[in-house]
Design a protein around this ligand. Structure first.
Ligand SMILES: Cc1cc2nc3c(=O)[nH]c(=O)nc-3n(C[C@H](O)[C@H](O)[C@H](O)COP(=O)(O)O)c2cc1C
Length: 421
């Protein structure tokens, strides 16, 4: 991991020869530059939120409700960003949040991110909706920790298969996302009538799965068939794309009809609105890996999570993509920490854009944070290099905020460094 002063030095020395950083340093410009690299549909899918996007705004404004109160003369010459999480030593309290369909941002998608994560030893959480199977990403990561994020589908056999595959490819924790038992109302996507999954993107964990493949071999239930769209040139183009996105040869896939069947099968089973607390026992029986619940925002749910034997919580509102007007994750964090009382680690995501945001979340008591869109924007701008730069910049900014505030290790950060604005 590169330290902040080295990174500053490198940037300023390169500037002497007229070279600027490959990826913008400014968080707001990051989104604008990434936008230029993506199709309108891809950008809408990644940047957008639910409804009026009030939750997106709250996630950002929530960080302004806290201010850092630096302390002086505390010898911060040496420093330590590392944390211990579920028995693993991590170089920093930063993880890459599970983000689906990364090939929307860059053709190398998840592979580019896995490579970047491995060079920085920053854990990557594989999305259930990835466009690359978890095994392929794992193969890029050496000893760098990776976790698997699960969407609980309508088939328990499929859930069991995903967990078994995650264990086999070296994932060291399971993140069960609870806030997406159905897709939020997302005006940007609805306006463009665009959902990547219907074009066979973001379903690689399924199409690479033996249980899912067996389901594909069963005859289609005509009652479950969705209505057919009108056929025109765009329809045909999208059919060809869907076939191309399916593993194997175009000719075989055209003949078997599996790509379109896979999309149909996926849409029928991928969410499970019937999921409830009692179901967690099934997951607990499947694996001895730590289980984290992602999407907890209410302190009573945090207490229930502990009662149901889970090992960690990610306070998150899915980056504002699910409920419009939901509480900001950073605002929910203190009440959840109070309810959890150190029984299990609490992580948070949604709205982290800078080192100062990381500082505030950790000082409040989060053990680590996950970042979503910023690394996806880095990916869009520069592939693996872009993701590396975003990670380096976030950590350098965090390190400097921490040390200049008089704190030399993550373990020392506490609420006394903060004041409510
Ligand atoms: C394009 C996109 C796709 C996402 N896909 C998933 C997913 O497959 N599984 C999941 O648990 N969360 C998913 N998330 C939510 C992220 O894990 C994370 O909670 C969120 O991005 C954090 O907010 P931030 O983008 O403001 O950092 C997605 C977020 C975005 C922006």
């Amino acid at each position: 991991m590169i330290n902040a002063q080295e990174l500053q030095r490198r940037i300023y020395i390169q500037g002497f020869s007229g070279k600027k950083p490959a990826v913008t340093i400014h968080p707001d410009r990051l989104e604008a530059l990434a936008r230029r690299k993506m199709s309108a549909e891809a950008f809408a899918y990644i940047a957008g939120g639910a409804g009026s996007e009030a939750t997106l705004r709250s996630n950002r404004n929530g960080f302004d409700q806290w201010q850092i109160v630096p302390r002086m003369l505390r010898n911060v010459e040496t420093f330590d960003l590392s944390v211990q999480l579920f028995g693993q030593h991590l170089p920093s309290p930063l993880l890459l949040a599970p983000v689906g369909v990364l090939d929307l941002a860059h053709p190398e998608g998840e592979i580019a991110v896995a490579r970047a994560a491995a060079t920085r030893n920053v854990p990557m959480i594989f999305s259930n909706q990835a466009s690359t199977p978890m095994e392929t990403c794992s193969a890029q990561m050496g000893d760098t920790p990776r976790w698997f994020q699960l969407y609980w589908s309508k088939s328990r056999d499929l859930v069991a298969s995903f967990i078994q595959r995650a264990e086999s490819c070296g994932c060291s924790a399971i993140v069960l996302t609870l806030d997406t038992t159905m897709l939020g109302w997302r005006p940007r996507d609805l306006e463009l009538a665009y959902l990547p999954f219907l074009r066979g993107m973001g379903i690689a964990q399924y199409t690479s799965d033996p249980v899912f493949q067996r389901l594909l071999d069963l005859p289609d239930d005509p009652a479950q068939r969705p209505p057919k769209p009108p056929v025109n040139l765009t329809t045909l183009r999208n059919v060809v794309r869907t076939i191309r996105n399916y593993p194997g040869s175009f000719r075989d896939n055209l003949r078997s009809g599996k790509p379109l069947k896979a999309v149909r099968q996926f849409t029928q089973m991928y969410t499970n609105p019937a999921l409830q607390w009692e179901d967690l026992a099934f997951l607990r029986e499947l694996t001895s890996l730590p289980i984290l619940l992602k999407g907890i925002l209410h302190p009573e749910d945090a207490k229930k999570a502990i009662d149901h034997g889970v090992n960690g919580i990610i306070v998150s509102n899915h980056g504002g993509r699910q409920v419009d007007g939901a509480i900001a994750a950073i605002e929910a964090l203190p009440t959840i920490l109070e309810a959890v009382r150190d029984h299990i680690p609490v992580l948070m995501d949604s709205g982290i854009r800078s080192g100062s945001d990381i500082f505030k979340a950790i000082a409040l008591g989060a053990k680590a944070v996950c970042v979503g869109r910023p690394y996806v924007y880095g990916l869009a701008i520069g592939g693996t290099l872009g993701v590396q730069e975003v990670i380096d910049q976030l950590l350098a900014d965090f390190e400097l905020n921490m040390r200049i505030s008089g704190c030399s290790s993550v373990a020392e950060l506490n609420p006394e460094y903060l004041k409510q604005a």
